[in-house]
Ligand binder design. Structure first.
Ligand code: PHE
Length: 446
């Protein structure tokens, strides 16, 4: 069966698809929001440390499991942990369920992007009440916009890996980077921007506490799409001649670079907006409505751009929707591929029932927003993702026969066994990653 599976058609295609999964709302909505609410530079610093000492080694682990298995995550995990197939399957199922749960809130936020993209268009056409409605928080509006985004996601995934996912990712990611650079150039020239820049780049070490550390860890796992079998399923479509540690590094660098740029845009933009009279902090110095912060600050910035404002705004939100789409399709791909292979179903049938179930759950969240939205985010990103990743690291470190692991890494990376990587990494995922992750949790509980 593995011979008939599709693969990414080129190495660049894979890197862009995996980076496409990594780059999304986590970078442009999650990271700046977290940075702003956790004191700026201190968060940036801890985040960067988390990405490189914890998330990156675990990204290699997840990609390696997938490529070795050449199958859906449940099957790949069973292949490695062959004397405990039951637990391996449960773990795979927890991972893909987490991916589905993430999509249920992700689609809501991505729906807001759809609203903010359509709103200036309605304005230009003279439908100003529709424009206002699209930007105003409300259950009906949230539901309709979420449905549009889920529909797009299900459509692309039903097309399959090479035709849908890869094509979209390769085309539009570079454009987003260019547009962000232009916007950063613009915002840094405005009054008030330096204050944001200072907050972002000069760490205030007194802000570092257990909460900040666990948020930074969760954000790093979220941003690299870890612990939810997504990188595992993408790894399973990767050709055997790809160098795994190098590919993972490229993905991690691209993802972190974009998050950094987003901070460089949003934090100064916050202070420019404040300078222009938009209230962003309450009297106690806390951010107002942190979830929707980005959606207040960006339109405030576009408003100052004159006639170009609406055009740049539509373009920016359009590209963001695409970035979100290359992430959302990766989230649904993990459960869909698993269901299709394990239950012997057609891809389109699995897309339909899995997408339908996620949509229902999204509707429940929308109608209990205050109680569920933040809860689902915390449960999935701060707890499930790091803990499932931890289990993956333990499996790679302890359950996998080291000669087989070496053979898998060697494919695409000749001579790895004599280099530094092979001296450090296996021990690192076996001991350091699990201990570090547990330390962060212990710290939070105490
Ligand atoms: N990494 C994606 C982002 O930053 C989100 C994501 C999480 C994608 C988990 C897949 C799996 O937006």
């Amino acid at each position: 069966m593995s011979n008939t599976r599709t693969q990414f058609s080129s190495r660049l295609g894979f890197i862009l698809a995996a980076a496409g999964s990594a780059i999304g709302l986590g970078n442009i909505w999650g990271f700046p929001t977290q940075t702003a609410s956790n004191g700026g530079g201190a968060f940036l610093l801890v985040y960067l440390i988390m990405v490189f000492i914890l998330a990156y080694p675990m990204l290699i682990a997840e990609l390696t499991i997938g490529r070795y298995g050449e199958a859906n995550p449940v099957r790949s995990l069973c292949k490695i942990w062959s004397n405990n197939k039951f637990l391996a399957s449960i773990l795979g199922l927890i991972g893909i369920t987490t991916a589905a749960a993430i999509l249920s809130f992700y689609a809501i936020v991505a729906g807001w992007l759809v609203g903010f993209m359509l709103s200036p268009i309605c304005d230009m056409l003279g439908f100003s009440s529709a424009a206002t409605w699209l930007e105003s928080f409300g259950a009906v509006r949230n539901t309709i916009l979420m449905l549009i985004f889920m529909g797009l996601t299900m459509y692309v995934v039903s097309k399959g890996v090479d035709d849908g996912i890869e094509k979209w990712s390769t085309r539009l990611m570079p454009l987003l980077i260019v547009l962000m650079l232009v916007m950063i150039g613009y915002i840094l020239a405005q009054d008030g921007a330096t204050q944001g820049l200072q907050m972002y780049l000069i760490p205030d070490f007194s802000k570092i506490d257990a909460d900040l550390i666990i948020s930074a860890m969760g954000q790093a796992f979220f941003s690299l799409s870890l612990g939810v079998c997504v990188m595992m399923i993408y790894g399973s479509y990767l050709k055997k001649d790809a160098n795994l540690p190098k590919t993972a590094l490229q993905v991690a660098l691209l993802d972190t670079g974009i998050a950094f740029l987003a901070g460089l845009l949003i934090l100064p933009a916050m202070f420019v907006a404040q300078h222009n009279g938009v209230q962003i902090y309450n009297d106690a110095g806390q951010l107002l409505s942190s979830d929707t912060l980005v959606f207040q600050v960006l339109p405030a910035m576009f408003d100052t751009m004159g006639t170009m404002g609406p055009i740049i705004s539509v373009l920016f939100f359009l590209l963001m929707i695409i970035a979100a789409l290359t992430s959302s399709i990766s989230m649904i791909e993990a459960p869909v591929a698993t269901a299709a292979e394990q239950l012997n179903q057609s891809r389109s049938k699995s897309v339909l029932w899995i997408g339908g179930a996620i949509t229902l759950f999204s509707i429940i969240i929308i109608n209990n927003f205050g109680a569920l939205f933040g809860l689902v985010i915390t449960a999935t990103t701060e707890y499930a993702q790091p803990l499932v990743s931890l289990a993956f690291a333990l499996i790679v470190g302890w359950a996998w026969r080291q000669d087989k692991l070496l053979a898998e890494i060697k494919s695409g990376y000749e001579g790895v066994e004599s280099g530094l990587f092979w001296k450090i990494w296996p021990w690192y995922v076996r001991i350091v990653c699990p201990v570090l992750t547990l330390l962060v949790f212990a710290n939070t509980i105490m």
